[in-house]
Design a protein around this ligand. Structure first.
Ligand code: PLP
Length: 369
């Protein structure tokens, strides 16, 4: 297959912009006339130093990160941060909890991991049906919590916060793995933000952490050194060998975002793309069913069933097969929820999304009763 014939709607690792890949291809064998691959650069070299510094500067300018926030590049993915967050921020004194707002499988996993280290307070009633976010007036927040955790976009269930939770001074920790740099956010409202790279900001291997500096130095004594925010910060993320290639790719993606309208451009595109898909769903008279409440529908991952709310296996298989024949791939829903999931990260174009929306309309016309 040729790349130009494939439309990749993968939930991650996700499609990267063509311009990024073309540049990476050049630098793979000879980085900026150094005669070595970008993969072969020493992490202590001047060349790599400028790669990591530029990546940080570009991220700072894209998100308007205030001076009193540090940017760290770490390994271990989003899952690593499920452990790093409690190890760095939990206070084990009686009465102090770590509060988790569980709205899907990723925040559920994060809460489960945190329970290994200390007392976790679930802010919302336990559920397995992740289709909405109860109103804030119903939340059970502990004013003495050491932090409040939430996931801004639940990649599997398609539940996205359209607001930043109010925590009345308790540090707010956010997993932005699947929607960082897709909308403007006021960084000063957060204690910690983390995001794995492989969806909206690069390839797998690196996790970005943005942390308010007064939260450094609170780690539990037995924390693994590579997960310690303070240690990583003191060493400018070079405590050990960092994921150099992944940081390099991330830098290219940040640059691409800057050249394509910045965060405002990404936000606008995300609304247009997700709107195209939700419009087809909403005008299908129940043929396509998205289980998520309208007020928290994700702009990044659109899950839906075909035929009924429970989904019709035959129709869903046919949909996936026909879409694949037309070059539209990676549309199968997560195995835990089934159905279809359309992932619309920043490298997916409006044109590709329009082709998918047209296919959905066509499929509807052929198969509606
Ligand atoms: N958080 C979110 C929102 C995710 O979507 C994922 C993975 O898809 C993770 C965390 C886990 O990330 P990783 O696979 O990098 O550990």
């Amino acid at each position: 297959k040729e790349r130009e014939h494939v439309m990749n709607f993968s939930p991650g690792p996700a499609k990267l912009p063509d311009e990024v890949l073309v540049q990476a291809q050049k630098d793979l064998t000879n980085y900026a006339g150094t005669g070595v691959s970008v993969m072969e650069l020493s992490h202590r070299s001047k060349d790599f130093e400028s790669i990591i510094q530029r990546a940080e500067q570009d991220l700072r300018s894209l998100l308007d990160i205030p001076e009193n926030y540090k940017v760290l590049f770490m390994q271990g993915g989003g899952t690593g941060q499920f452990c790093a967050v409690p190890c760095n921020l939990m206070d084990l004194k009686p009465g102090r909890t770590a509060d988790y707002i569980v709205t899907g499988c990723w925040s559920e996993k994060a809460a489960k991991e945190a329970e290994k280290y200390g007392s976790v307070n679930l802010v919302l009633p336990k559920t397995k049906k992740y289709t909405g976010i109860p109103p804030e007036s119903e939340w059970n927040l502990n004013p003495d919590a050491s932090y409040v955790f939430y996931c801004a976009n639940e990649t599997v269930h398609g539940v996205e916060f359209q607001f930043i939770p109010e925590t009345n001074g308790v540090p707010l920790v956010c997993d932005m793995s699947s929607n960082i740099l897709t909308r403007q956010v006021d960084i000063s409202k957060f204690g910690v933000i983390f995001a794995g790279a492989q969806k909206n900001i690069g390839c797998a291997g690196c996790t970005v952490i943005i942390i308010r500096e007064d939260l450094l130095g609170r780690a539990l004594p037995n924390i693994p050194a590579v997960f310690c925010y303070n240690t990583m910060n003191t060493n400018n993320s070079l405590f050990n060998t960092p994921p150099t290639y992944s940081i390099y790719i991330m830098g290219l993606v940040f640059n691409w975002k800057k050249e394509n309208g910045g965060v405002d451009g990404m936000e606008e595109n995300s609304l247009v793309k997700s709107g195209l898909i939700y419009d087809v769903i909403d005008n299908s008279s129940g043929f396509y069913v998205c289980p998520v409440n309208i007020d928290c529908r994700s702009r990044m991952n659109v899950p839906f069933r075909i035929g009924s709310a429970e989904g019709c296996d035959v129709l869903e298989k046919k949909f996936l097969d026909q879409a694949a024949e037309l070059g539209m791939i990676q549309l199968k829903g997560h195995r835990s929820v089934g159905g279809i999931r359309v992932s619309l990260y920043n490298a997916v174009t409006v044109e590709e999304t329009q082709i998918l929306a047209d296919f959905m309309k066509d499929f509807l016309n052929k198969h509606r009763n």
